[in-house]
Design a protein around this ligand. Sequence first.
Ligand code: CAO
Length: 444
Amino acid sequence: MAVIEIKVPDIGDFKDVTVIEVLVKPGDAVKAEQSLITVESDKASMEIPSSHAGVLKELKVKLGDKLNIGDLLALLDVAGATAAVTAAPAAAAPVTAAPAAAVPTAPVAVPAAAAVAAAPAVAVPAHAPATLTPGLPHASPSVRKFARELGVPLAEVKGTGLKGRITDKDIQSFTQGVMSGAVKTQAIAAQAPAASASGAGLGLIPWPVVDFTKFGPVERKDLSRIKKISGANLLRNAIMIPAVTNHDDADITDLEAFRVSTNKENEKSGIKVTMLAFLIKACVAALKKFPEFNASIDGDQLVYKQYVHIGFAADTPNGLMVPVIRDADKKGIFQISQEMGELAKKAREGKLSPAEMTGAGFTISSLGGIGGRYFTPIINAPEVAILGVCKSSMEPVWDGKAFVPRLMLPLSLTWDHRVIDGAGAARFNVYLGQILADFRRVLL
Ligand code: CAO
């Protein structure tokens, strides 16, 4: 038997978080990354996952306990599950799993009192509300997640749990009540934007149910945790935002030459500058010139952010993650490049903390290292715009007298038509292109 200690991982700035839900019991077989408990602060709730697979030997916390980073959560019998454990010197002694290093997955942070249609999740950045808002439905993150996956409007669900808390069963009863037997998850999810209306839905036909084995052999795999969460967010954002995409090209011939020479000169520093770092800086300038692109809708108001935090989509083995470069306006290209490298590495290792994924006002999704021409990225609510970037290529460009070879970067800007209009989007792209063509324009 090899027993390890599971401790509270890095939970950002949260302190004295309260245990509001215990999701496992001694004797349960636990998978790596399976949620063990739910904790709640005044700002957010999050599920704390197990760092390893094993059998739960003992739970060291109970409902109502206050926890902090590094506190002992549970003892897990991992019997031969990891090399680290089997290699532990004293076989009978518990092996301590260091909270930050050994926990592969960041806890899932969900604003405590956010209504389901607005609840962000781990893979997509969002702004946690500063305080609990009274009157909103009371439900744990796992229940909210379940509701979000089904597109069930929590505000319309009657809670039958303790103190009116909404349970999984309440969500199930709601879905049964809303639609008749053959209704599928996606059809219900499509109703999310109409959540405040009386469940009338969008009148979509049910999702096709197909027995694929009729056509050939298949293999089924569970969607990863990140894919499930980001999928629900993407669906909401795709449906709820009247989004338009403008495509454009930027001439980066001189910038690319500068980037290559900069990297050569700084080879020894170990910091590699990619086009994305310059794009972040160019977007900072464009966001300052067009502040509605760094705004969010809040009821009847627009919130203009005076900070410039920029998210960037990172491709990871488990799905899409969006780490955030904070205060990009105050940082130079080297610092941004270095931070981007560190954050992308953490994203791939599943070690991003909630704080590293929240707060962006604008996002860039770069497929430049992979290929492609243009695409239509989906806006990360509550942001109002996102820039998609593809691979640059040498093209013949007419300079007034002749065609000259220029390195052109394809840009795709998706924007929320409730906040931005077509002319504004075209101006943003033109300005961005001018900056990328000649960064001296930032000084003007
Ligand atoms: N045009 C041409 N080449 C480009 C380029 C562009 N626009 N952008 C990057 N490249 C090159 C880089 O210079 C680098 O080349 P070398 O290896 O020869 O130096 C190579 O492509 C790889 O770059 P990179 O991808 O490692 O670095 P990055 O800073 O461009 O991107 C990151 C970092 C984390 C954003 C990226 O690795 C990634 O995950 N991209 C995918 C994002 C994504 O999935 N978006 C879709 C979201 S919607 O599902």
